[in-house]
Design a binder for this molecule. Structure first.
Ligand SMILES: [Zn+2]
Ligand SMILES: [Zn+2]
Length: 433
């Protein structure tokens, strides 16, 4: 990833940046990889006419599986970061459940070097909380941090025991690393889908919402007691969202939910299609509505995609046998915009806060277009309608739950450090004054 030294003026876009209070048609000057000036009538040699487009701070995704090292047949740093850029994401946190698992300093430093050379967007490395993700021995978090680790997570696995998790939080706190938690209690989460009417009709074993709620409650109680910085990822139930709300002022805690939990329900279980398997599972409409409401009200701080590429052979199976997970980067904005913003369930400004400002604050120094901020931004045509087609996905995998769906709102360009890293309007950059 290179930072652009050349200046660029983006002219005439509707600039929306909740953090700096911008919500108007104006111009933005980028120079030396940063936002240099915002205001009407800016002039310069290199400009991009963005009439009719919206300009947002680049989106931030704290939950992505780029499958490197080990499963480069599904995704690589190159294809994962290209997919992120195609979805307007300019910063991403990579999850550690790779092969080998990211639990040793040498793996972290290797990844950091590869990101430098191969990633189109900014990427941070999260490392395992426990060696081998086995939930037993804690990793050497101090050394991992020195090697470049950004945070710790045993994502994909729930926690084996509260005692083990408590020790992990205490150690992470002394190492100065935030903890991202996937909350599912595996003594309860024994099914492949949500334990509801569609599961019963399909004859597929389900997991109850309590599998998530019990684990979320445990995590929040321990976060309160230990004072660790804890982020609960992919909240999918009404009660878990409520619990986060209760603990918000009592612990150093934040939470996200995903585009799929905001827009899809367990009705899809009726298709019996392995495509729709995901952890935590898609929930009934009431949960979807309440989780959306919690995002709207700020109880859930932001959106993260849990971008989880899988090969066709792992997804083209009955639900019980398929690998859990969806692609997320390329459709996140459009899916939420179509399903929530255009149906008046969420304001556009709150969506940008949830995709840029709030996760940008969480990773630090991202998610705003204020003067002096990194020139990371997303240019979007809110009126463009498009169909999600497998042959057009940028990811190396094809497991999007939105395939065939018509969405409204599409990325036109993504800029990282002043450089266009995703470009559907390259031809509009002219040497004009
Ligand atoms: Zn997870
Ligand atoms: Zn995940």
């Amino acid at each position: 990833m290179r930072e652009a030294s050349r200046e660029l003026i983006i002219r005439g876009a509707h600039v929306l940046d909740p953090l700096s209070g911008l919500d108007e048609v104006t111009d933005v000057r980028l120079a030396a990889g940063r936002v240099a000036e915002v205001g009407a009538g800016l002039r310069g040699a290199r400009r991009l006419d963005a009439d009719g487009l919206h300009l947002f701070p680049g989106f931030v995704d704290v939950h992505a599986h780029w499958r490197t090292p080990g499963r480069e047949d599904e995704e690589t740093i190159e294809t994962g970061s290209a997919a992120a850029a195609a979805g307007g994401f300019t910063s991403v946190v990579m999850m550690p459940n790779t092969d080998p698992i990211v639990d040793k300093p040498v793996i972290v430093s290797g990844l950091v070097r590869r990101i430098e050379n191969e990633s189109r967007v900014r990427a941070h490395v999260s490392v395992a909380l426990h060696e081998g993700l086995r939930g037993e021995r804690l990793t050497e978090m101090r050394l991992l941090k020195e090697a470049g680790a950004f945070c710790v997570s045993d994502d994909g696995l729930g926690t084996q025991s509260a005692g083990v998790l408590r020790n992990g939080m205490l150690y992470a706190k002394t190492a100065g690393l935030p903890v991202i938690l996937h909350c599912e209690d595996h003594t309860l989460a024994t099914g492949a889908v949500h334990d509801g009417v569609p599961a019963a009709l399909a004859g597929i074993p389900g997991s109850p919402a309590s599998a998530e709620d019990a684990a979320t409650a445990t995590a929040l109680v321990l976060a309160t007691e230990t004072g660790a910085k804890v982020h609960i990822t992919h909240v999918s139930t009404a009660l878990s969202a409520g619990l986060v709300g209760y603990f918000k002022d009592r612990a150093d805690v934040t939470a996200d939910t995903t585009p799929h939990h905001l827009t899809l329900t367990d009705e899809l279980v009726g298709t019996l299609d392995g495509m729709y398997r995901v952890n935590p599972p898609l929930r009934p409409e009431k949960h979807r509505r309440d989780v959306g409401e919690a995002l709207r009200g700020g109880i859930l701080d932001f959106v993260a995609t849990d971008h989880a590429p899988h090969s066709l052979s792992e997804k083209d199976l009955p639900l019980e046998e398929a690998a859990p997970g969806f692609l997320g980067h390329e459709t996140a904005f459009a899916a939420i915009h179509t399903e929530l913003v255009l149906k008046d369930k969420l304001s556009l400004s709150r969506l940008i806060e949830a995709m840029a400002s709030a996760p940008g604050r969480w990773i630090g120094g991202a998610g705003t277009l204020g003067v002096g901020a990194p020139a990371d931004l997303a240019l979007v045509d809110l009126s463009e309608e498009w169909t999600v087609r497998p042959e057009e996905m940028v990811s190396r995998s094809r497991n999007s739950p939105y395939l065939g769906q018509k969405l409204r709102g599409r990325l036109v360009g993504t800029v990282v450090g002043g450089e266009l890293v995703y470009d559907r309007i390259g031809e509009r950059v002219g040497e004009r004054v």
